[in-house]
Design a protein. Structure first.
Lengths: 337, 276
């Protein structure tokens, strides 16, 4: 157990270094981008002395190293700067928009896991069967169809033509502002205050983007699960399990799946991280007020502090989930440590 | 008779046509120790595994009859097969490094075999697993029961495998090259252990190996297979009187400790062996 704790400590020790790298890279990207944040603030026709004044105020006239130092110091104090577009501190904005992304991505990954993992397991168990072929085609399509095509198609069919789904956004205008903000995730907040009308509306709005994202993620999870399971099912220990006279279900789940569970955790964690950071397109298509939409709009407005802040948060999420899967891997696999 | 096989054929359909792995093999087995000897690809493993119908999914097996204690194995459903597999006939595989489940403790794997056929509480199964580990002469059964396969040596792993297969008290044990992956000194220990347990429990044994003298030492009867056929079957004691040139060739290839041999003879294979 001691060796195991040491390995965990090793996992955690790598965080500061990775984090520093992340900050450095996002900072540099922000500085080398061919966008002048000063013009974004002052406008195209501002007089030169105003531009110079703002430049000094932002500290952009100082050496890059000094700028980075100031950026770091501010970061340590939880200051990501102020967004030009919203005129709020970026941290406030992120706290405002991130819950919506979290809600969307979490719903999507839960659906994707609940469908994708069993689909992959059964497809592998009946490798080469008609069921397997269908699963392969469905998951291949999920990975190859661009997500914005799927999103727009969904909106066109279910919202425009059939009228059975609500349109874009997180909530109907009629319900806007009815639910006090607790977690920022409307489905949960409406349950907390017991506002069931808002709850159903929020859920209906969540369904489409979540399902589109879930399909994309499910395709990946199914393919990985199937590949892992085929490998596991060909193991000698499966012959042993069959020779023991175990039931097919027990061989499949306890022995074959038991051997891939650990590796699958990593895949699932990374898929989740991918959803949290990669919902940018889906959020744009569905006007979902999440971090992705915030990032896109900020980028189009050359709102550098907002872009850097949001990017940093996305990177941090990835880092945390990666670390989590690493820790789980070390805890669950008896062969490690 | 425990096992009766009449004219067993096992084929594999491949892209280039049908390949025949086992051709017209017949054998009968009672409470005795039968050795099956042959080189890689001679069909010895497939023949033995077909008794439990544990062949690769793309194998096609046919036989005039293939029975285990009167039960038609070829036509049995999964439920019937599961009452034979493990419960009445166990199978020991070559390398415990691969044949034991890497993410389950040794104790859990033995307890599982016990529990699935004998029922009872989890606690009783765990206790039984420890007793079984003691029976296969493991000195510290409590510790080994808690260990994962990668923490065990090859010999230790094979003892766990044996304990697992003996848990439901079967009537037949099929050992498919049980010592090929082990060190020479451990090999003898494991074989003695198998022989001892089989004799004491009055079980039938099928020992598959490519080591002819070893098999003849531990078995009553030896069957020699070549290219999917049985080329010779004889009492282990009568090995020196083997008549088939393949068997004779195998025996002549053995280096002897007692006298110097400059060069071992190389077997000349005769195409006519394929057409027995």
């Amino acid at each position: 157990m001691n060796a195991r704790l040491q390995m965990l400590a090793g996992s955690f020790a790598s965080i500061p270094l990775t984090l520093f790298g992340l900050i450095l890279v996002t900072f540099l990207i922000g500085r080398v981008m061919p966008i002048d944040p000063v013009i974004a603030i002052a406008g195209d026709h501002a007089p030169p002395d105003v531009i110079a004044a703002i430049r000094t105020q932002l500290g952009l006239d100082r050496p890059l190293l000094v700028q980075f130092w100031i950026y770091l110091v501010n970061l340590v104090h939880g200051d990501l700067g102020r967004s030009v577009m919203t005129s709020h501190p970026v941290t406030e904005d992120v706290a405002r928009y991130f819950p919506a992304t979290l809600e969307l991505a979490t719903t999507a990954i839960i659906i994707a896991i609940l469908i994708g993992v069993p689909l992959g397991v059964f497809a592998a168990a009946r490798q080469g069967s008609r069921f397997d072929h269908v699963v392969r085609v469905v998951s291949l399509a999920g990975q190859s169809i661009p997500i914005f095509v799927l999103g727009l198609l969904c909106l066109l069919i279910f919202y425009v033509k059939l009228g059975i789904a609500p349109g874009t956004g997180q909530l109907d205008v009629a319900y806007e502002g009815m639910v006090p903000r607790v977690t920022g995730m409307l489905v949960i907040d409406s349950v907390i205050v017991g506002d069931w009308d808002s709850f159903w509306d929020a859920l209906a709005h969540l369904a489409q983007p979540a399902l589109v994202l879930a399909y994309f993620s499910m395709a990946y999870i199914t393919r990985m699960t199937r590949a892992f399971m085929i490998e596991s099912l060909s193991g000698e220990y499966i012959i042993t399990a069959r020779a023991k006279g175990l039931s097919a279900a027990r061989i499949l789940w306890r022995h074959a799946f038991g051997n891939i569970a650990v590796r699958l955790v990593t895949v699932l964690a990374l898929a989740y991280a991918g959803l949290l950071e990669g919902a940018v397109i889906t959020e744009t298509v569905f006007s979902w007020p999440g971090l992705g939409l915030y990032l896109t709009v900020s980028l189009l407005n050359a709102d550098m502090n907002a872009v850097l802040g949001a990017t940093l948060v996305v990177g941090l999420v990835y880092l945390v989930l990666n670390l989590l899967s690493d820790v789980l891997y070390r805890l669950l696999d008896p062969r490690v440590a | 008779m425990l096992v009766e096989i009449q004219n067993l054929r096992i084929q594999f359909r491949t892209a280039t046509g049908v390949s025949e792995a086992v051709r017209n093999v017949s054998l009968t087995l009672g409470q005795e120790k039968l050795g099956i000897v042959g080189e890689s690809g001679s069909g010895k493993s497939l023949t033995a595994r077909s008794i439990l119908r544990l062949l690769p999914s793309n194998a096609i097996s046919t036989a005039d009859s293939l029975t285990f204690d009167g039960i038609d194995v070829l036509r049995a459903d999964e439920r019937t097969l599961r009452r034979i597999r493990g419960k009445r006939a166990g199978l020991i595989l070559q390398d415990p490094k691969f044949s034991l489940n890497p993410v389950m403790t040794a104790g859990a794997q033995i307890a599982e075999a016990w529990h699935v056929h004998r029922g009872g509480s989890r606690k009783a199964a765990e206790q039984a697993a420890i007793e079984l580990l003691a029976q296969v002469q493991i000195r510290d059964p409590q510790r080994v029961a808690r260990a994962y396969p990668h923490e065990l040596s090859g010999g230790m792993g094979q003892r766990v495998m044996i304990a697992m297969m003996l848990a439901p008290d079967p009537e037949l044990l099929i050992a498919d090259e049980p010592t090929s992956a082990l060190d020479a000194t451990v090999q003898a220990e494991i074989l003695r252990l198998i022989e001892d347990l089989v004799s004491r429990r009055g079980m039938g044994l099928i020992l598959i190996s490519h080591d002819l003298p070893l098999v003849s030492h531990f078995c009553d009867r030896v069957m020699v297979m070549y290219a999917g056929r049985v080329v010779e079957e004889l009492a282990a004691a009568a090995l020196t009187r083997a008549r088939h040139p393949y068997t004779r060739g195998l025996l002549e290839c053995l280096p002897a400790l007692s006298h110097r041999q400059t060069r071992l003879p190389v077997m000349q294979r005769d195409p006519s062996w394929l057409e027995v």
